[in-house]
Design a protein around this ligand. Structure first.
Ligand code: ZN
Length: 443
């Protein structure tokens, strides 16, 4: 294996290039421009002998797949799946330019540094190093640099799963996210599952009228506002999952607080005591409904007869589409006479088993860096490309390995947040752990 310092340097350089490509995905088809990072990676792989394939389902929305063929067709394969798109920034909130990838005091700053370009860069460095070295994997090693993860993956893993599964299929998968130390021992988080997602639109019907005489009006905007505030106050029934119980255990909290955090009757009054972890604690124990887009009215002197509210609903394991509609009807109560619930998007929560050779290899990789640490399986409250694999029964984990300066609260805060950055020490740990894992699983 190449000198770890060299691999770290290569990863840092590649990461900075990926950040500068600014593949910002705002949800529209023509955003993203992931082709820029595909070109960067083609340059990075030039001369490595790696088999490359590029797909571009929509102009500019490209993904690159690299493969090393295994020596044994029957041996299990491993895919490293990294997205190249990033979410937009709120420039006012940043203390540095989010797209120049400055390296300051051992940290690389920029949108996507943590989510998840440092991992995508690490995967690329590891597969290139293996392609150019003497190690021959028994099973195939696949690297996929994919578009559009930040907006539903319809030009990325979603498209590939439907049209070119041959390129990205594997027996085991690594992707984002994980690696934050938790508790005193510490435990290192690895994402083994994620909440599901449901999409609904509330269509609110009122009666149009003149804005100069609003008394008694059935203003759709006013009804929508009431609906939104009811949904904001609504609490779905608490579910204490085994993953959440395990998570609380390793936090090393005072026993009394740990008890309340795992008691369905008391958790709601305890989450605020967790500081930066409060939102995660709440989302880990509840199916959540967030009203995120509200539209009503188009002229200031006309009382609107129509309003819409788009909901982001994240469901825990065991919750189905029937539960979701029942929660909405319950929360909205008698307002339902003016409201139609539209849409039936539903993807159930997914979870991979942990009794796999890949999980064992990750545990060993972590133990090399943190001798007393164990790997803590976490249910992510957000979504990732892992769901496309888990749904088909393929174990997929979110993995990385961060330095001791990190905690899970900071880690979560920087995802899609201001001043996103990653330290070189974490990159070094991650590249070494991935390199070890790949050789362990495919050796
Ligand atoms: Zn991500």
């Amino acid at each position: 294996m190449t000198d770890p310092e060299v691999l770290t340097r290569q990863t840092v350089d590649l990461l900075r290039d990926l950040i500068r490509n600014a593949c910002v995905n705002d949800g529209t088809a023509d955003s993203g421009g992931e082709i820029r990072s595909v070109r960067t990676l083609e340059g990075f792989f030039a001369g490595s002998g790696l088999e490359l394939e590029v797909v571009e389902p929509h102009h500019g929305r490209a993904s690159l797949i690299a493969r090393i063929r295994g020596t044994d067709k029957a041996a299990p394969s491993l895919a490293l799946v990294g997205h190249t798109d990033v979410v937009p920034v709120d420039l006012d909130g940043w203390s540095r330019d989010p797209f120049t990838a400055e390296l300051i005091d051992g940290e690389i700053w920029g949108r996507g540094a943590l989510d998840m370009l440092y991992l995508t860069a690490s995967y690329a460095v590891v597969i290139r190093d293996i392609a150019m070295g003497p190690f021959r994997p028994r099973g195939d090693l696949i690297f996929a640099a994919v578009a559009d993860e930040e907006s539903g993956s319809r030009y990325g893993v979603g498209w590939l799963t439907e049209h070119r599964l041959d390129l990205i299929d594997a027996d085991f998968v690594l992707t984002e996210s994980g690696g934050a130390p938790v508790g005193v021992r510490p435990s290192i988080t690895t994402t083994v599952g994620e909440k599901g997602i449901a999409g609904r639109r509330l269509v609110v019907h009122g009666t149009p009228g003149h804005g100069s005489a609003p008394w008694g009006a059935r203003n759709a905007a006013v009804i929508a506002a009431e609906a939104v505030s009811r949904l904001a106050r609504f609490e779905a029934p608490v579910q204490i999952t085994a993953d959440w119980r395990h998570y609380v255990e390793v936090l090393g909290l005072p026993a009394e607080l740990a008890e309340r955090l795992t008691d369905p009757a008391r958790i709601d009054d305890a989450v605020h005591e967790l500081g930066t972890l409060a939102g995660f604690a709440h989302a880990s124990s509840h199916t959540t409904i967030s009203p995120n887009i509200i539209r009503a009215g188009n002229k200031e002197n006309v009382i609107p007869s129509l309003a819409t509210v788009d909901l982001d609903i994240r469901v825990l394991p065991g919750i189905d589409t029937g539960h979701v509609d029942a929660y909405l009807r319950h929360a909205l109560g008698e307002l339902m006479v003016d409201i139609e619930i539209v849409g039936d998007r539903f993807e159930a929560a997914t979870r991979s088993p942990v009794d796999t050779p890949l999980f064992a290899a990750l545990s060993a990789a972590v133990a090399r860096a943190y001798p007393n640490a164990d790997l803590l399986p976490v249910l992510s409250v957000g979504g990732s490309d892992a769901r496309f694999y888990r749904r088909r029964g393929i174990p997929a984990y979110g993995f990385g390995l961060l330095s001791p300066r990190w905690d899970y609260g900071t880690f979560r805060m920087l995802f899609h947040g201001n001043d996103e950055r990653i330290d070189v020490a974490s990159i070094a740990l991650t590249v070494a752990a991935l390199d070890f894992t790949v050789r362990e699983v495919l050796g």
